[in-house]
Design a protein around this ligand. Structure first.
Ligand code: BDP
Length: 648
């Protein structure tokens, strides 16, 4: 195909970008970065904290704790941000607390930000679990429903009206889950007075991880000029050696801003530029974004500088990393840049000792090092959106992501109602708006193991999948199923079938000899019915590190290894046909709520919670590197890749 093919592809791409933009949420949610026109001030660190222990958890609102310094309302304690609050103290009541908790921090805002009326000051929370209300100097500035996704408020007006440069930020966060939240949950009041004291209640959930709460990601103050770049949407494709980047820039605060877009290669060379808020950039001799272990030079990122100059002459500048790649699905394959891609990767959690789900750079970098060490080329963000910084790492290292929303544990028929669906659609909009520009993200997952056999699931998933496609037509959509194929009502709508199974664990415990038969049956049934490619999106077994037995017994490292080996035998057959990936459950051990089937958390990790390998990790390492060598069509050696520096 010559340049006319490229032109046709460009037109299609532009059209797709325009359509997707019409449907997205109104405002953008660009990750705050510094630039000649923007400053960022991280106000994470040490905050003060108070849990509202009143019976209804409502005292804070009744007494308006946001109106005065929190310490004046009663006893406060230190609380790090970002971090879950649950494991920070020695108090079991705080660990298991349900209801409103209050955070507060005094920060200084640079005087020039306040004085310069052309500066817009934004307060942004990377995520807080679950429902948050934000005040600045006692004035409410926003509220947000849902954990795992960012929210922000323009606080310029409030700051200029209230005292000086001082800024008292108060954030109330409530971790209560209801039938209509994502994930859903129920609050159950225990009324038998012979067993429970008055007012006793518990939070019930249907998911297998600890409901960590608090401010989980950094809190930032950042500036933009009044007329500012609000959102950027890029979509990419290529034809022969020509890369095409369609872009759509939305500017707020000026109707006539002049937009200029420049794309630079990694050596700083400008490779394409354009004027106007939408268009298509053409890159000759394109360097495609390739996954880790699929190419000698994976994860190539261009850098797209967007400038918007308003009528008053002020220019806002935002730089976005751009990876040029395509994703397609056929009935038997997953194609990245038109080449078959096999997912050999992991499922993760945002989870660690002490900090719970709090963002932590050392942990993030360690996890990427471990994934690359074991030859993993992908992970799924089970069971909720991960921090944007993690997606940026994946972009830079070529690790492919299945991006999942927090639709986990949808088991009650009442959670398939209209209110739940409307919220789920909004969460998908927030997720796509945040993550659409990451080349590492190759598929959206709208839910994990919902009760997809219940009649409302058919309508629910049809809506959910088609809405997600309308937000982003460039990526496939799936949800993760564990139900019996014959009764699944959502599968007709997805692009890829993702199946979780735990043969010889939850079914036929101890009988690893049955895995081969049962797994073959599983694959043949699903493929026979839907003719769509299949990912084994979870499989595994608990292993308590240091427990050994031969012949293997459940909970030992040998048993975990044996389960994995039996699955692998089948994968090796079926990946010649229609199985396009295998994701181990789980990368690392993680915390769950207390129950008789969990010994201080879920132990299905191939690494411990402290990121030390169990026997299964070495097994997977051998396997993943072998698969990489077989499938990538290039000879990759562990030493060359593990020591290789990233691209920038
Ligand atoms: C799967 C769930 C996952 C659990 C896992 C397990 O998707 O969240 O942790 O089972 O029980 O069904 O280990």
């Amino acid at each position: 195909m010559g340049s006319s093919g490229a032109e046709r592809a460009a037109e299609r791409l532009l059209l797709a970008a325009l359509c997707s933009v019409c449907q997205a949420l109104q405002d953008g949610m660009l990750f705050p970065t510094e630039s000649p026109s923007r400053e960022v001030k991280d106000v994470s660190g040490l905050w003060i904290f108070r849990a509202d222990e009143s019976p209804e958890r409502s005292r804070g609102f009744e007494q308006q704790w946001y109106k005065s310094p929190l310490a004046e309302t009663g006893p406060v304690i230190d609380m790090p941000v970002p971090s879950s609050y649950n494991d920070i103290t020695q108090d079991a009541q705080i660990r298991d607390f349900i209801g409103w908790v209050w955070y507060e921090k005094d920060v200084w805002v640079p005087a020039r930000w306040i004085q310069d009326r052309g500066t817009r000051i934004v307060l942004r929370v990377g995520s807080a679990h679950y429902y948050s209300v934000l005040w600045v100097n006692g004035v409410k500035v926003t509220e947000h429903v849902g954990g795992h996704l960012p929210f922000e408020a323009d606080i310029s007006g409030v700051l200029r009206q209230t005292s000086g440069n001082q800024c008292r930020i108060t954030i109330a966060v409530n971790n209560t889950l209801t039938l209509e939240t994502l994930p859903p949950g129920t609050i159950q009041y225990m009324t038998d007075r012979s067993r429970y004291p008055a007012g006793y209640f518990v939070q019930n959930t249907n998911f297998d991880f600890f409901n960590y709460a608090g401010i989980h990601r950094p809190v930032l103050l950042y500036t933009t000029p009044k007329a500012h770049i609000d959102d950027i949407t890029v979509e990419t494709t290529f034809s022969d050696n020509i890369g095409l980047v369609s872009f759509n820039v939305s500017v707020l605060g000026s109707s006539k801003a002049a937009v200029k877009v420049t794309l630079s290669a990694q050596d700083g060379r400008c490779v394409a530029s354009a004027d106007g808020s939408r268009g298509v950039l053409k890159v000759t001799d394109v360097n495609l974004w390739w996954p880790y272990l699929m190419h000698e030079n994976p994860a190539y990122l261009y850098s797209m500088e967007v400038q918007a100059t308003a009528e008053d002459g002020q220019t806002d500048v935002y730089t976005l990393p751009v990876g040029i790649r395509t994703v397609k699905v056929t009935s038997t394959q997953f194609l990245i840049n038109n080449k078959p891609f096999y997912f050999h990767g992991v499922n993760k959690h945002e989870d660690a000792d002490i900090r719970g789900k709090g963002f932590d750079w050392p942990l993030v970098v360690k996890d990427f090092n471990l994934m690359k060490w074991m030859g993993a080329n992908s992970f799924r963000t089970s069971h909720y959106p991960y921090a944007e910084e993690i997606l940026q790492m994946a972009d830079r290292h070529g690790i492919v992501i299945i991006d999942e929303c927090p639709g986990v544990g949808i088991k009650d028929i009442r959670s398939f109602g209209n209110v739940s669906l409307a919220h789920h659609l909004t969460v998908m909009e927030e997720l796509v708006r945040r993550d659409k520009n990451h080349p590492s993200v190759v598929m959206w997952s709208v839910a994990n193991e919902p009760a997809s056999e219940m009649p409302p699931a058919g309508f629910y998933f049809k809506e959910l999948v088609s809405h997600t496609r309308s937000l982003d037509s460039s990526r496939p959509v799936t949800y993760i199923t564990a139900s019996n194929y014959a009764r699944d009502l959502g599968a007709p709508y997805v692009d890829v079938i993702c199946v979780n199974s735990y043969f010889s664990w939850y079914q036929d415990p101890g009988h690893t000899e049955l895995i081969g038969l049962q797994l073959n049956t599983q694959f043949d049934n699903w493929y026979g019915k839907y003719q769509k490619p299949i990912i084994q999106s979870e499989y595994g077994a608990d292993a308590v590190p240091g427990l050994h037995s031969d012949p293997p017994m459940m909970f030992t490292e040998e048993y975990q290894k044996t389960v994995l080996q039996n699955y692998h035998n089948v994968f090796d057959q079926k990946r010649k046909e229609f199985v396009i990936g295998e994701l181990i459950w789980n990368f690392a051990d993680f915390m769950t709520s207390q129950s008789i089937i969990r010994v201080v958390g879920n132990k299905k990790g191939i690494f411990t919670r402290q990121r030390q390998p169990k026997a299964g990790a070495f097994l997977l390492r051998e396997r993943y590197w072998r698969i990489a060598n077989e499938t990538a069509g290039l000879s990759v050696s562990r030493s060359s890749f593990t020591s290789k520096e990233i691209n920038r």
